[in-house]
Write a protein that binds this ligand. Structure first.
Ligand code: SF4
Ligand code: SF4
Length: 453
């Protein structure tokens, strides 16, 4: 176990390294570490189909994972003045990862492994908090409100690296789909999709790109788009693939289909992970609003704030393939524009008694998405894709965009600071992810041309 530099030392090292949550929305980790909790939970579920990077991280860097976790727990323990429990949540089927972690934690009384079933969305932090502690995160709340902190495995490895002075400049990503050379490889932050796709070798002519998995990811055709610190996967899919067409269905079509096909069977509600946790989210009611202009009470509409957009309702539960999720997304957009905040804040919650029997088995979900042939772990490629340049975006995190500290023409080396946190703001720092010359600096980011290009 390492010691950074006493109280505040870990937070400062993490801030300096530019760490943001690697598995989620990109909340700055140094700010997250300010919480005072009695349980630290490691998210090693990697529940999005097609993704394998975290699994490889747990197998190959279990020592760094446990170092990162111990640093966080030590820091927390010192501030709290009482013992902190650590729970490492890993899918039961990741046997190699489990044995690698087991050998690292033998003799640590406060660390334990919680083996998870292969279900979706087992990586949802509210699901993990309940499984690990039996506590339910309040509506509209976050895990520290019930004394828990959930951290992704890649984030914790970055914490260990930060304690040695290494900033975040890239990460392991799954590069796959319908390609000649699927792989798990290290990719620098800001790499152009076009260059990564060339390294994979698309096996179809007319394709689109899936960023970060088929359940909660997004599609893009923009080959100039770039990787971020929160990106774990990039996949090539044929444009005509059924899942691509499903993801591209416009809102107007969703509404029209809903009006003609919704049976108000309520399967979407019965399988919704938030409903099953006791939150007042009932997607079938929102469909009634759309379909029959009924239940137009404010609380039904504002319940959209409780939807985590996991995709269980539309991609698993609905027999008519309708999407309450898309409707909720639109409601959220309109509520935000109108300045309406979430009024649902209940904290006295009881999980639904049928919760255990309403899990979504990933083995059956993947074929339903039409992706069965692609959900195989690709080999690790120790030679990262050939990247000629990067564009380090300044707003990969939640908070104020970073302020550039370099100018066009500056020479930078891998790991040099290129953008800092604006004063008195929540934010994150960014570092050069390759060695080269700064080609341009603007609101889109910092473009660095590689030394060899
Ligand atoms: S599951 Fe589908 S058909 Fe049933 S209520 Fe929900 S949206 Fe309507
Ligand atoms: S996407 Fe659907 S299943 Fe998931 S939280 Fe939202 S309403 Fe519930």
């Amino acid at each position: 176990m390492k010691s950074v530099t006493g109280i505040g030392g870990l937070v400062e090292a993490v801030r300096a390294a530019g760490i943001i949550g690697a598995g989620g929305a990109g909340f700055p980790t140094h700010a997250k570490l300010a919480a005072a909790v009695d349980t630290v939970i490691v998210n090693g579920a990697e529940c999005e189909p097609l993704m394998f990077g975290d699994q490889l991280v747990m197998e190959s860097r279990a020592d760094a994972l446990i170092t990162g976790m111990s640093l966080v727990m030590d820091d927390m323990q010192t501030r709290l003045g009482k013992p902190v429990r650590g729970v490492i949540c890993v899918k039961k089927k990741y046997k190699t990862a489990i044995s690698a972690i087991q050998s690292e934690i033998s003799g640590c009384d406060n660390l334990e492994i919680l083996e998870l079933d292969n279900i979706y969305p087992s990586g949802d932090e509210q699901y993990l908090v309940f499984e690990a502690t039996g506590r339910i995160v309040p509506e509209g709340g976050i895990p520290p409100m019930v004394g828990a902190l959930v951290m992704n495995v890649t984030t914790l490895v970055q914490v260990a690296d930060a304690s040695e002075g290494a900033p975040v400049t890239g990460r392991l990503m799954t590069l796959g789909g319908v390609v000649e050379r699927p792989q798990v490889a290290y990719v620098p932050v800001g790499a152009r999709f076009g260059e990564i796709v060339r390294a994979m070798g698309p096996a179809v002519d007319d394709y689109t790109l899936l960023v970060n998995g088929p359940m909660m990811g997004r599609l893009t055709d923009d080959m100039d788009d770039v990787t971020t610190k929160t990106m774990g996967g990039l996949f090539v899919l044929p444009k005509e693939h059924s899942h691509v067409r499903r993801m591209r269905r416009p809102l107007s079509t969703e509404i029209r289909l809903s009006r003609s096909a919704c049976e108000v069977c309520r399967y979407c509600t019965d399988y919704c992970p938030r409903f099953l946790q006791g939150h007042s989210l009932e997607p079938h009611r929102v469909m009634r609003v759309i379909n029959y202009d009924r239940d137009l009470d404010t609380r039904t509409i504002t319940s959209a704030w409780l939807c985590c957009e996991c995709g269980v309702c539309d991609l698993w539960a609905c027999p008519m393939s309708l999407s309450p999720r898309v409707i909720f997304r639109e409601f959220k957009r309109r509520l935000k524009d109108a300045g309406v905040k979430n009024p649902h804040l209940q904290s006295e919650l009881t999980p639904d008694a049928r919760r255990k029997f309403r899990s979504v088995p990933t083995d059956r979900l993947v074929p339903r998405l039409g992706l069965a042939g692609l959900d195989r772990r690709p080999p690790y490629n120790p030679n990262p894709p050939d990247i000629s340049g990067v564009c380090v975006k300044l707003d990969q995190h939640i908070g104020a965009p970073a302020t550039p500290v370099v100018r066009a023409g500056d020479k930078v080396r891998l790991g040099d600071l290129v953008a800092d946190i604006p004063e008195n703001s929540l934010g994150a720092r960014y570092h050069a992810s390759i060695t080269g010359e700064v080609a341009s600096v603007d609101d889109n980011g910092i473009v660095i041309r590689g030394a060899a290009s």
